[in-house]
Design a protein around this ligand. Structure first.
Ligand code: FAD
Length: 444
């Protein structure tokens, strides 16, 4: 069994890191679907564009998703906004058009997406709201959707952008943005920009956004298992702690969403040793269930908060942000404006969000997995894990981001913050944000 996402089990060539200062019109930070689609839509516009990625293209949550492209989403249970549904239908169509136009080989296929629930009335209400080409079948709702391989898609966008003279640097994390002087800093050089797009999933570089106050994290566990037959369909349940599935070649991919992010990893869904791949993923949920896409401060843009539907919303973010940068009108810019007024009724869920975050914080401080032991070294609390070759791995117990506790993720043999989702490799190197720092013990 492999502890990686099925999409990443593929060899790709890596790009160089930045090693000099630069001056560009647009700096894009992050090589996931948001960053690469923004770069794609900005190509050939007469602008100098540079994209920097902390690790490698596709390192983030995009290639840990199930790779479904659909407007039939569980988000519909809370959103009563037909313009939102229109935006998702538009995004599905836009992705399809780009894949066909650019002849992208990413295993794109149109399939039926089923929505199911124990509560048939709830499902029926959604069906009545949806456009006419959704269908009702055996007490399930289905609609035309699509699936693809997100890792191949991102790498194809990368190649198209490189051919259009967009500079892309891997292994180049941005440490800080100075919005007054329009500069971003890396370990090897600084980048001066006129516009900056923060496409880092959790936009922790934009301090004034106070995202933890109006969002929370949803975490899911996924697995892929070889099966005898491929089925041209996928589905999702809209009940609490939803489940989702799809097929990819001769693999069956399934997902269990967990609304309680503090859930103990030892007890997670990976007890089944027969799976061929297993991994986990997280996404940012917002108070009004709508993404934040657009300008947040002078010349700083973000695309985030996709509420687990980032293939459509991330691609749409690329289109909206590029249109805004090129001063073109954008039909959906107002809908997703990050500075929009959020109705008071949406904050009804606020105590729940805070409750989830607080519970995760307290648990993270107290919880020590049965696979690790705790020690104090020079007054610093540390966690120790002995791997199956008897090698010891030691890391700090506190996350550098917002001081939550670190827990051990046995499923993937990594360390992680259960509150905000930062991930660290077995020796404490940060592999996924929002943290920008490691938890290794080198400095103790
Ligand atoms: C279990 C699960 C399944 C999902 N399945 C689907 C699905 O089937 N369909 C769907 O539409 N959506 C799905 N989603 C949602 C979707 O995966 C995300 O919303 C989307 O991929 C977010 O894309 P992104 O570009 O914002 O982030 P990412 O893909 O994480 O990209 C951000 C990139 O920025 C880089 N970065 C971070 N900090 C820095 C820095 N300081 N400097 C430079 N680079 C940096 C990271 O390394 C990363 O590569 C799913 C979510 C979950 C949790």
């Amino acid at each position: 069994m492999k502890n990686i996402s099925i999409w990443r089990d593929e060899k790709v060539s890596f790009l160089d890191c930045l090693n000099n200062d630069m001056n560009v019109d647009v700096l894009i930070i992050g090589g996931g679907i948001t960053g690469l689609s923004t770069a794609y839509f900005l190509r050939d516009k007469g602008l100098s564009v540079c994209l920097t990625e902390k690790n490698y293209i596709g390192n983030g949550v995009t290639t840990k998703s199930t790779g479904k492209i659909t407007y039939l989403q569980d988000i519909l249970k809370d959103i009563d906004n037909s313009e939102y549904i229109n935006s998702q239908i538009y995004a599905c169509d836009l992705i399809k058009r780009v894949i066909l136009k650019e002849k992208i080989n990413c295993d794109y296929e149109e399939v039926y997406h089923y929505l199911f629930s124990e509560d048939k009335n709830k499902l029926r209400k959604i069906y009545e709201k949806l456009p006419t080409y959704s269908m009702w079948e055996d007490d399930k709702l289905k609609a035309k959707s699509a699936v693809f391989n997100p890792f191949r898609f991102l790498n194809a966008l990368k190649d198209i952008c490189l051919k259009s003279n967009i500079k892309i640097y891997e292994n180049t994390g941005i440490i800080k943005i100075d919005k007054d002087n329009m500069k971003a800093y890396t370990n090897n050089g600084e980048i001066s920009f006129k516009k900056c797009v923060v496409a880092t999933h959790y936009p922790s570089l934009v301090k004034f956004l106070f995202l933890p106050l109006h969002s929370y994290l949803e975490k899911s566990y996924l697995s892929a298992q070889k099966v005898n037959s491929y089925k041209k369909k996928c589905g999702i349940s809209i009940d609490k702690d939803s489940r989702s599935f799809r097929y990819y070649k001769d693999y069956y991919i399934s997902l269990d969403a967990v609304s309680d992010t503090s859930m103990n990893f030892d007890a997670c869904a990976f007890e089944d040793k027969n799976t061929d791949y297993r991994w986990s993923n997280k996404d940012i949920m917002t108070v009004d269930n709508m993404p934040y896409i657009g300008e947040v401060g002078d010349n700083i843009y973000i695309g985030t908060g996709y509420n687990t539907w980032g293939m459509t919303n991330g691609f749409l973010a690329g289109k909206i942000i590029s249109d805004l940068i090129c001063k073109k009108g954008s039909r959906y810019a107002k809908l997703f404006n990050p500075k929009r007024e959020i109705k008071v009724k949406n904050y009804i869920k606020f105590p729940l969000f805070m409750g989830i975050s607080l519970k995760a914080f307290v648990k993270s401080k107290l919880y020590v997995s049965k696979f690790v032991s705790i020690r104090e070294i020079n007054g610093v609390k540390c966690l120790v894990y002995k791997d199956n070759k008897e090698k010891l791995h030691m890391v700090k117990k506190t996350c550098p981001h917002l001081k939550c506790g670190i827990i051990f993720n046995k499923a993937e043999e990594i360390w992680e913050c259960p509150c905000h989702g930062s991930k660290f490799d077995i020796d404490g190197k940060c592999i996924e944000g929002p943290s920008n720092k490691d938890i290794s013990l080198r400095k103790i």
